[in-house]
Write a protein that binds this ligand. Structure first.
Ligand code: RTP
Ligand code: MG
Length: 148
């Protein structure tokens, strides 16, 4: 089953949006298989956002993501990587459609509430960075094959 890494950023945690965000993915039908509230060490933040190292906003990005606790999650389900990105909305909340997480709750590109992996390769890399193998669980609530 496809898995993705999603994370409520420090602004989302401080604005009490963890429950709202978890609820959206639960209601969509995806399955939560890993989760933790954590502070991100500087080295992990730099590695996680390594692809943006040369960008002018890199320092700000690392400072922000390490500024307070985040809620890190692993979700699974069919097409979860692309669907979660659609549910998050555009990177800049000013361009994000109403009904998306960033469209409904975000105001600025720096504080856009949620992170989500953008490809299968990123998902695998990011899950590995944030979660030990034993922290991602495998469980079934199987009643019908379309509910997991
Ligand atoms: P994310 O990685 O956080 O899920 O967001 P994303 O894929 O939609 O966007 P990405 O291009 O990977 O950028 C990572 C984060 O950097 C911040 N950013 N700031 N000041 C700026 O121009 C700027 N551009 C991007 C955003 O917080 C974005 O989520
Ligand atoms: Mg990204």
């Amino acid at each position: 089953m496809e898995k993705t890494f999603l994370m409520v950023k420090p602004d989302g945690v401080q604005r009490n949006l963890i429950g709202e965000i978890v609820s959206r993915f639960e209601k969509k039908g995806f399955q939560l298989v890993g989760a933790k509230l954590m502070s991100i060490p500087n080295e992990l933040a730099e590695e996680h956002y390594g692809e943006h190292k040369e960008r002018p906003f890199f320092g700000e990005l690392v400072d922000f993501i390490t500024s307070g606790p985040v809620f890190a999650m692993v979700w699974q389900g069919e097409n979860v990587i692309a669907t979660a990105r659609q549910m998050m909305g555009s990177t800049n909340p000013k361009d994000a459609a109403p009904g998306t997480i960033r469209g409904d709750f975000g105001l600025t590109v720096g504080k856009n509430v949620i992170h989500g992996s953008d490809s299968p390769a990123s998902a695998e890399r990011e899950i590995g960075l944030f979660f030990k193998e034993t922290e991602v669980v495998d469980y079934s609530k199987l009643v019908n094959e379309w509910i997991y």
